[in-house]
Design a protein around this ligand. Structure first.
Ligand SMILES: [Zn+2]
Length: 145
């Protein structure tokens, strides 16, 4: 990214922040020392979920959110914590760089994350999420209640 003031191509990054929209970088031009901001968009290519029955479905964050939020209904967990968790899950799914992902892979990922936050939500999610494969983990979760 060339400096917008003097077109010098070299700059140094002074600050880097991740957001769901992309990576935001504060840069300082090495020539004129002026500062500017750049955004690196996260690739939002099509991602398909392969369901247990073999059907393909476009990945839908809203759907994932709805399922997770339902599991946390009336639980004493801050909403920001939940949405941060969903961000992390989506980032992890997309960072694999694949065009397709098994629903069971997503399920496993979600289970792991939920477990760290709340046991009851974990059990709820597991009981709804029929694709959940690791039954042993599920039983362990039940015993932990
Ligand atoms: Zn410059």
């Amino acid at each position: 990214m060339d400096c917008p003031y003097c077109s010098n191509p070299t700059s140094r990054v002074t600050d880097k922040r991740k957001s769901p929209e992309g990576i935001r970088r504060r840069r300082e031009c090495l020539k004129c020392k002026k500062r500017f901001t750049t955004y690196e968009k996260i690739e939002r290519g099509d991602l398909y979920v392969i369901k247990k029955d073999g059907k393909r479905e476009r990945f839908d964050r809203k759907k994932l959110e709805a399922g997770i939020e339902k599991a946390f209904e009336k639980r004493p967990v801050a909403k920001e914590k939940i949405s941060k968790m969903i961000d992390e899950i989506e980032e992890k799914i997309r960072s694999k760089g694949k065009k397709e992902i098994k629903s069971s892979t997503i399920g496993g990922l979600v289970m792991k994350k939920i477990k760290k936050l709340d046991n009851v939500a974990y059990i709820r999610f597991a009981s709804v999420y029929r694709d959940f494969q690791d039954v042993k983990d599920f039983r362990k979760g039940l015993r932990g209640l």
